[in-house]
Every structure is written in structure tokens, then in C-alpha cells.
Design a protein around this ligand. Structure first.
Ligand SMILES: Cc1cc2nc3c(=O)[nH]c(=O)nc-3n(C[C@H](O)[C@H](O)[C@H](O)COP(=O)(O)OP(=O)(O)OC[C@H]3O[C@@H](n4cnc5c(N)ncnc54)[C@H](O)[C@@H]3O)c2cc1C
Length: 299
């Protein structure tokens, strides 16, 4: 055992520190090689201490939410992958605070139970609060920045609260993509609503999402490059639905999803992704940008 492993075990307990943990177990694509260290952190204070120590040592780390938007390298990650296991949710009138490790679904249910409306559209999006804020996830013409008013972060060793105007939110974008920080929790501004109406909206959204592929994936792979350019439709019109490399396939159900049909590798997924990018660029002149986040060395 080395010094870093010893330190992580001291702070998190031996059961919460794993060595060479397969990332395939922790990403919704179900691909990815071993993380040198994988740590489950139960308390915000512990997270702050670990991140400060890793930054001091200049040791690479990656905060993982549900891994629902992450493509992890087959070679794994030579650093510490940190998974948050604290998930407090609190209400103060129309404001809800949620820890970064809370599932977005839990926040939506909490809001419904407290007769607060504004998050129903996000029903069914697999995410933690940290990952949802980082990605500014969205659906059905809404996105998280409609309701997030403040975010607590750890940045350069300091805990700060950033307000919405400091978060540089735009379509699938937040400030954290250029200025990395650890998201500790977020504050949502919701509206009073009736539980029955909120529940009905949530059911309607979940019903619509039933049409999405159910195989392992990371949701939509490519961002919409401009208004009126529907990526899924373009990929479908180019005859790419069902295109397969190894275990990776363009979903026959939804052409902006790449699915893992069973034994995909990261490399299979990348080959499909590059093929789509090339084909779409040749046909339309538009180079599609990916929405998914890469973890580890991707060639
Ligand atoms: C079936 C399916 C459907 C989906 N549908 C949608 C959809 O409708 N709309 C949509 O927008 N997305 C969708 N997605 C993608 C995904 O759900 C979102 O991007 C979500 O926000 C990812 O959250 P996560 O917690 O899994 O983050 P992860 O995928 O684990 O991480 C994403 C990024 O956030 C960073 N991050 C996570 N937590 C923190 C933190 N505490 N501090 C700092 N950085 C952090 C990670 O380092 C990484 O860079 C879908 C995915 C799947 C599998």
C-alpha cells in the first residue's frame, strides 16, 4: 500500500477506497478500464480535505456523478476517481438546496412532495446534482439553469457560493468546463404548485422518455450545432441508424444515441462516433461537437 492509498483509507475507511476499480461498473455506457484509485466520499468535509491534498500534490482526480455522460477509456484513468455519497436535500419556502451527490430524481421527487414545481421536465434524466449543474442538462426546451440560482463550490482551496450570473450557463455548458471546481451543492428556485398536477406532468414526461433506447448509453452523443439542425434526424437521413462497430451501435430507435449492445469497448464507441462525425461533415459541412465527457486517455 502506498502513502496516498493509506491517506485515502484513513479519511474514507478501507471499504470506500478501491484500487484498479473498473470504470465500466460506474458509467452508464458500461465501458472503461481501471481507475488507479476509486474513492467513495461520505462527507463534504472529507471531500474538501481530499481535493485540497490532491491539488497540493498535483495528483489528477475526477469527480464522477452517475457516469451518465462519461465515456471512460479502455485503458482506464491514472488518477483518483471520486464518487460523492452525500445527498442532503432541504427546503426553505420556494428554495431547495441539494448536495452535489444527491440524485436529480430525488430532488424532483422531494420538490413534488413539498408541492414545488419547476423541475418536472427533468424527470427521467439520470444525473447527480453535481453532474446536472456541470452539464447544464436539459430536455423539452428547459434546462437546469432555468431553476438553479446558486452553487456552492470548492475552488482553489476555498469554499465559495457562486450566483447564477457567475456560472456562464448556456446550452449544455457551465463555467466549470473552462474553470474546473468541485461542485458541493446547488440551490434551486421553484414555484408553489399542486402535488397532483406536478405528479401528472412528471408522468407525462416519463411516458415521452419511454421512447428512448433502454440499452446502456450516455444519452445524446452530439450537441445540437444550431437551431433547426436536428442531429438525430440528420444522422437517420444519412442512413446511419444501426451502424455497428464491435459492440457499439447507432441506436435503431434514436440516431443520436450510441448504445452498448453487450460487449462494447470505448474504442468501438469512438469508431462509431468518428464515423458519424465524418459522414455528417461530408454531407452538411457541419462538424458535430460531442456532448459526452471523456475520461482517461482517448486516442
Ligand atoms: C439514458 C440517458 C438519457 C439521458 N438524457 C438526457 C437528457 O434528456 N438531457 C441531458 O441534458 N442529458 C441527458 N443524459 C446525459 C446525462 O444524464 C446528463 O449529462 C447528466 O447531467 C450527467 O450527470 P452525472 O451525475 O451522471 O454526471 P457524470 O456523467 O458523472 O459527469 C459529467 C461531468 O460532470 C462532472 N461532475 C459531476 N459531478 C461533479 C461535481 N460534484 N463537481 C464538479 N464536476 C462534477 C464530471 O467530472 C463530468 O465532467 C442522458 C443520459 C442517459 C444515459
Amino acid at each position: 500500500m502506498d502513502v496516498l492509498e493509506n491517506y485515502l483509507q484513513h479519511l474514507c475507511g478501507t471499504a470506500n477506497v478501491k484500487r484498479d476499480e473498473p470504470l465500466a461498473k460506474w458509467t452508464t455506457f458500461r465501458v472503461g478500464g481501471p481507475a488507479r484509485y476509486f474513492v467513495i466520499v461520505e462527507q463534504k468535509e472529507t471531500l474538501v480535505r481530499i481535493v485540497k491534498a490532491l491539488e497540493y500534490l498535483n495528483y489528477p482526480y475526477f469527480i464522477l456523478g452517475l457516469g451518465a455522460n462519461v465515456l471512460a477509456s479502455d485503458k482506464g484513468y491514472e488518477g483518483v476517481v471520486i464518487k460523492l455519497n452525500f445527498h442532503k436535500i432541504e427546503q426553505n419556502d420556494v428554495f431547495v438546496y441539494a448536495d452535489a451527490g444527491a440524485k436529480l430524481g430525488a430532488v424532483i421527487n422531494y420538490a413534488k412532495d413539498h408541492e414545488l414545481s419547476g423541475l418536472e421536465w427533468a424527470s427521467g434524466i439520470p444525473a447527480t446534482v453535481g453532474g446536472a449543474v456541470y452539464m447544464n442538462c436539459g430536455a423539452f426546451e428547459h434546462c437546469l439553469s432555468d431553476v438553479v440560482v446558486m452553487v456552492d463550490v470548492l475552488s482553489h482551496g476555498e469554499i465559495k457560493t457562486l450566483t447564477r450570473n457567475q456560472l456562464d450557463f448556456s446550452y449544455r455548458h457551465s463555467i466549470f468546463m473552462e474553470q474546473p471546481a468541485v461542485i458541493l451543492g446547488a440551490y434551486f428556485h421553484l414555484d408553489h404548485g399542486k402535488k397532483a398536477i406536478i405528479s401528472a406532468k412528471m408522468r407525462e414526461i416519463l411516458q415521452k422518455r419511454q421512447k428512448h433506447p433502454h440499452e446502456p448509453s450516455a444519452g445524446s452523443v452530439f450537441k445540437r450545432p444550431k437551431d433547426g439542425f436536428y442531429v438525430g434526424q440528420v444522422i437517420e437521413q444519412l442512413g446511419l441508424k444501426g451502424y455497428t462497430v464491435g459492440g457499439a451501435q447507432i441506436s435503431p430507435q434514436h440516431a443520436n444515441f450510441i448504445i452498448n449492445t453487450g460487449h462494447a469497448t470505448c474504442d468501438d464507441i469512438l469508431q462509431v462516433l468518428y464515423h458519424v462525425q465524418d459522414t455528417v461533415e461530408k454531407a452538411t459541412g457541419v462538424l458535430l461537437e460531442t456532448e459526452i465527457i471523456f475520461l482517461g486517455n482517448i486516442d
